[in-house]
Design a protein around this ligand. Structure first.
Ligand code: TRP
Length: 332
């Protein structure tokens, strides 16, 4: 079975953008592939080293959100990156063969340094972000990596490092297969202010938000700004609520009536939002129920992570034996 690897940094609760994009995709992959999904705490520390106070809590929240949306520990391996030491060992190896120029020229690196001015990211560790990412993937010899477009440059570095390692040490063998990007389609999920949904904008609808909270956020959510009065006609394509309808509303007749009614002003934004809230409630209630079941069972969460780390270590350990061997390191 083909191996899939993907990961998220534990930066706190996940939102409906994560759910509609990455997580729906990951859940679907569980049945056809040998999937490894990792909560990459080392990566979170690379940018948030100055304040790790929420790391433990954030890692737990991500785990709960993953389980809530249907990642199933019986079908895939769910684990925390720092629990599998092989990631760090391979990071050391790859860091020795990673040319500085590749890392310094990485467009994501330059972007982040510019965008996250409040953090000092000119560190040795942060420069190596894509090297650790390559280690995450290659230590499982993963063939497929589901990620968004924003990770493409990183994935290219992973392939180049695989090739470079094989050239140096493979003696004609392909020790690391080059991982392929499975580009994730992200449906447009805007936040309550119409901008891209993001925790840092404070406009997110979180997976863990209770129904009354989601209800309130949607009721006060921005709509087509040109539709000021109930009697003004609106333009669905300019309305963030319509983008959410496209993801949550599976009632075909409503999906015909809403844009017509909006353009002719025969329905108001409140009516439209009420319909959306009903569909969001229907979709999110079972997810919240699953989340609540896990919240009350801390022991079970530990068991899931222990089991996930065990499965991950088995595969990563085999890769590292091979790596130590071709590197000519003395066996104990
Ligand atoms: N950099 C990724 C992100 O910010 C997270 C990540 C770390 C990852 N290691 C990975 C994604 C390996 C895919 C494969 O979303």
């Amino acid at each position: 079975m083909d191996v899939v690897f993907s990961a998220m940094r534990p930066t706190g609760r996940l939102h409906l953008g994560h759910m509609a994009g990455a997580l729906t995709n990951w859940v679907g992959l569980q049945d056809g592939y040998d999937c490894y999904y990792s909560i990459v705490d080392w990566h979170a520390l690379m940018s948030d080293y100055a304040d790790p106070s929420r790391l433990r809590e954030n890692s737990r929240e991500v785990l709960l959100d993953w389980l809530a949306v249907g990642l199933d520990p019986n079908k895939c391996s769910i684990f925390v990156q720092s629990h599998v030491k092989e990631h760090i060992e391979l990071h050391m190896v790859l860091s020795m063969i990673a040319p500085l120029g590749w890392l310094e020229r990485n467009p994501t690196y330059k972007d982040q340094i510019l965008n996250l001015q409040n953090k000092d990211l000119s560190t040795y560790g942060f420069l190596g972000y894509p090297v650790l990412m390559a280690s995450d993937i290659l230590v499982y010899k993963a063939g497929k990596v589901p990620v968004g477009e924003d990770q493409s440059a990183h994935l290219e570095i992973s392939r180049e490092l695989a090739r470079r390692f094989n050239n140096f040490y493979g003696q004609g063998r392909e020790i690391f297969p080059e991982p392929e990007t499975l580009l994730t389609h992200y449906p447009k999920i805007p936040g309550t202010d119409g901008r891209k949904m993001s925790k840092s904008y404070g406009n997110s609808l979180d997976i863990a938000d209770e129904i009354p909270v989601l209800d309130k956020k949607i009721r006060t959510m921005m709509t087509d700004p040109a539709r000021e009065r109930r009697t003004d006609p609106g333009e669905p394509e300019k309305c963030p609520v319509w983008d959410l309808q496209k993801f949550f509303n599976d009632d075909a007749s409503q999906m015909r009536e809403i844009p017509q009614g909006c353009r002719s002003a025969s329905i108001g934004c409140i009516d439209c939002k009420k319909m959306l809230i009903a569909h969001v409630t229907e979709r999110m209630t079972p997810i919240h129920e699953r989340r609540a079941r896990f919240v009350r069972r801390d022991g079970e969460l530990s068991d899931i992570l222990a089991e996930g780390a065990k499965k991950a270590r088995a595969r990563a350990g085999a890769t590292m034996s091979e790596v130590f061997d071709v590197l000519g390191m003395l066996k104990l």
